[in-house]
Design a protein around this ligand. Structure first.
Ligand code: SAH
Length: 216
């Protein structure tokens, strides 16, 4: 793992305070973010300090590490508990995966870019996070490992994939940004015992697109 120092720790504490002022209230989420050296998820060491600004940042394969506020918002909305099974679609840098691991979840995550999948598998292993990473198309979910307590999509989905709804436990929920243009609506969809789904709209966000059948 990349070295951590007082300066980076100080920047990280300031980021946590900033997220609080922006409305994040879940202490477990904030303290997870306070523990994770986000600078270890940025490949260009010339930009270490950028890791603690509240901005999205380019990662390999033309993708982005989500903005810390977005990671915090989605993590809070997901409402996780220790030990539950969570499926993430769009592993990317692995930063959100690390947040879910810090929150004590049993994490499964899928990435469609093989080089990113390999890079992140190595990185999370090196830092010491134990999770289950897969290369493939997130539209299909992970039927063999489901059902899940929570599913988190971290790319902009053109629609809500039926396979993901089908892999939710009763009482479980899917957090997914939906929209085909530049912007998406952040939805939380809960599965009821009678087989119906309840949908809440939590506002506008921007993600890189979720692409179907494009695993490469
Ligand atoms: N959670 C990540 C966000 C990365 S950006 C982080 O914190 O860094 C979203 C990621 O979703 C990208 O890496 C992109 O390649 C991936 N993605 C897009 N469509 C996908 C699909 N159908 N299946 C799996 N991953 C997908």
């Amino acid at each position: 793992m990349m070295k951590d120092d007082y300066r980076l720790q100080g920047l990280r504490r300031r980021l946590v305070e900033l997220l609080r002022t922006k409305g994040i209230v879940d202490d477990a989420v904030l303290s997870a973010i306070g523990r994770i050296p986000r600078h270890g998820f940025i490949d260009d060491t010339a930009f270490l300090e950028m890791a603690y600004q509240d901005i999205a940042f380019p990662i390999p394969c033309g993708q982005t590490i989500s903005q810390p506020y977005t990671v915090a918002f989605q993590s809070e909305l997901l409402g996780v508990k220790q030990g539950i099974k969570v499926l993430e679609i769009g592993t990317g840098s692995g930063y959100q995966t690390a947040v879910l691991c810090e929150l004590g979840c049993k994490v499964f995550s899928i990435e469609r870019h093989r080089p990113l999948y390999l890079l992140t598998k190595e990185r999370l292993g090196r830092i010491g996070y134990r999770c289950n990473l897969y290369f493939g198309d997130g539209f299909k979910g992970l039927p063999k490992e489901g059902p899940f307590d929570r599913i988190l999509v971290t790319c902009g989905a053109p629609w809500v994939p039926d396979d993901l709804l089908g892999q939710l436990k009763v009482g479980g929920s899917l957090v997914i940004p939906v929209g085909e243009g530049e912007e998406q609506r952040m939805l939380r969809i809960q599965r009821n015992a009678d087989g119906t789904f309840e949908r809440e709209d939590k506002g506008i966000f921007r993600f890189v697109p979720m692409l179907q059948d494009k695993a490469k």
